[in-house]
Design a protein around this ligand. Sequence first.
Ligand code: HEM
Length: 380
Amino acid sequence: MLPAAESHANDANHALDPLSAVTHPDPYPYYRELATHRPFFRDQRLGLWVAAGAREVATVLSHPDCRVRPPAQPVPPALAGTAAGDLFGRLIRMNDGAAHAPLKDLLMPLLAAIDPAAAARRAAALAELMDAGTAWSAERINGVLSTLPVVTLADLLGLPVAVDRATAAAVAAHVAAFAAAQSPLADANAVQAGVVAAQWLGNWLANAVPAAGPLPSLQQAACAAGIDAQAVAANTIGLLVQACEATAALAGNSLLHLGRGKALPGISPDQLVTEVAVSDPPVQNTRRFLAADATLCGHDVKAGDVVLVLLAAASCGGMADGERPWTFGHGRHACPGDRLAQALAGATVTALLARGAAPAVLARAFRYRPSLNARIPHFC
Ligand code: HEM
């Protein structure tokens, strides 16, 4: 017979599946078991293949027939034909293939050139600007988590976001609405809000004259390479969207880690964030869509099949390639913002702690936002 604690863990595991694990209080024993004993399998009930072992996750993310969108459905049906769908369809994150390579080749070095330490300093300065001076509440903490990283990134790119608190808040709110509309869980209202947000962001960007920063040279280089200006604009907004939920989740989970007393005493914000990116990862999974029949991890898979790639399960064995948390992906579409995101999350935690946020109190009242791939705490 199993000891009581283990049998309890197994009961809890029993209720789990690879999608409900994302927002489960402690999915890690379940993930570890999958990674060890079922590294690649078909979940008949969900109708998905599941990659859970580190080797299998890397194989799927490197396979040429595993695409980021179903080939016949470049845009989610709910967004198709709207301003939000138009924007989504241009994102390098959501496309494979040669057409997007030139822009990607410009965006990657642009992000890599942003110094994480300078980004953290800028976040600290912007936290001052955005300080509303009202009493600290869970709601305000949720607000800082979802706003500060986005506003800092926009500012670092050279966009005039830090002109006043209202502009900063409006940009962040529209980025959040557009990000939320991309979720398969988005209802009609969320989709509609995402469409309005995409239009608003498009107009704002069209009228925003970048003061400094790397955007003007990106725009010039893209123009010289014959890249459509709309694709550049969409991907600029795309960077802010990528920064939004995942970075908020990374900072939020770091506060929880502190609040649960799991962090080593004296740990720096940067170390804390890296530890959390591995042990309680904000992005728990991503998906790949088969473009052709193939043999994948020893299994015959068919064109049209979907693989759920459990980054959080692979993460139970440590980092990818010994240096990069799995939560930032791997292979062709791996996150180019990983170092920057960790710096922004660390700076956000630092700003909140400096303003009196109490992790132990926060850890007593929170829930995870409904999501099929991200573990984003919402403090109550
Ligand atoms: C400053 C913040 C961030 C920026 C600018 C950023 C940017 C991007 C971009 C442009 C991509 C698409 C790359 C491609 O398709 O070639 C991407 C992918 C990705 N990002 Fe980030 N990101 C940020 C924060 C984060 C955070 C905090 C996480 C998780 C902790 C994360 C996880 C991922 C993952 C998992 C992918 C790959 C998705 C896939 O392969 O399906 N990102 N990111």
